[in-house]
Design a protein around this ligand. Structure first.
Ligand code: 13P
Length: 275
């Protein structure tokens, strides 16, 4: 999926899922456009939905029952060491091992162990270097920028399939204009043959997204954008319909907001170039 995106200069979206409805809306909309999609699952979202096996079964059943024919990747987002093993055993097709808070040597050691377990099972591995700021799953982090030589070492010593170098993006809403380090992004792309991943994809202006793709970004993670549009739609629906109590109507009132946002992002990411 990502190698084609890297070659043809577009990005595959990773949309994080929160429940059955979100998963369904994302799959339906990406199928409608004929574009590949990565369903991202954070550890918090996995706990919320009941566990990796539940999610894996749900996604596989949905692909079958909804007759989804686009390429779908089920990916663990920011996994800890133990969570990576659990997700792989449950049938996830890809995991991100996030050992980015450790010293480089330790990050390499941990990442390598995950690659050794994942690759024979045909599961791809993303790793992170530097540290993405902001708040995700109620965990707030400071930002540290990735360095080119460290990215090169991490790749060469682990054989990861994709790398998320932290270069100024944050999880959650940006305070002011995002300041991505495109120069370093390009330098990393020049020395690494693998696709690069941009985390914190919500709220980044279109010109910066396009520049990031031209600097080697082939996967863009989006969570907050869909959460914001869904919550706004549901809030308005509830304000306008004070007697409604059917959960299908409440949750479903955010469906078109999610699908419209996906349309917009797919177009900015150039994902339809896959055709
Ligand atoms: P946002 O919530 O800022 O879109 O970030 C998502 C993300 O990077 C998931 O790993």
């Amino acid at each position: 999926m990502l190698l084609d995106a890297k070659k043809n200069k577009y990005a595959v979206p990773q949309f994080n899922i929160n429940n059955l409805e979100w998963t369904k809306y994302i799959l339906e909309e990406c199928q409608e456009h004929g574009v590949p999609v990565i369903l991202g699952v954070s550890e918090g979202a996995a706990r919320y939905m009941g566990g990796y096996n539940i999610i894996s079964s749900m996604v596989n059943s949905m692909i079958k029952d909804l007759k989804i024919t686009i390429p779908v990747c089920l990916h663990l987002d920011h996994g800890s060491y133990d969570a990576c093993f659990e997700a792989i055993d449950a049938g996830f097709s890809s995991v991100m091992i996030d050992a980015s808070r450790k010293e480089l040597d330790k990050n390499i050691e941990i990442t390598k162990k995950i690659v050794e377990y994942a690759h024979p099972k045909n599961v791809s591995v993303e790793a992170e270097i530097g540290h993405i700021g902001g708040t995700e799953d109620n965990i707030t982090s400071d930002m540290f920028y990735a360095k080119v030589d460290e990215c090169e070492r991490l790749y060469k010593e682990t054989s990861i399939d994709a790398l998320a170098p932290a270069l100024g993006s944050v999880h959650g809403p940006y305070k002011g204009e995002p300041k991505l380090d495109f120069k370093t992004m390009k330098e990393i792309n020049d020395v690494l043959p693998i696709p690069l991943v941009l985390h914190g994809g919500s709220g980044i202006p279109e010109v910066q997204i396009k520049e990031a793709i031209s600097c080697g970004i082939s996967k863009i993670n989006v969570n907050t954008d869909l959460q914001i549009v869904w919550s706004k739609a549901v809030r308005e629906f509830l304000n306008d319909n004070s007697v409604v109590y059917d959960p299908r109507k409440v949750i479903g009132s955010g469906e078109s907001a999610i699908k419209d946002k996906i349309d917009e992002l797919i177009s900015i990411f150039g994902t339809e170039k896959v055709k």
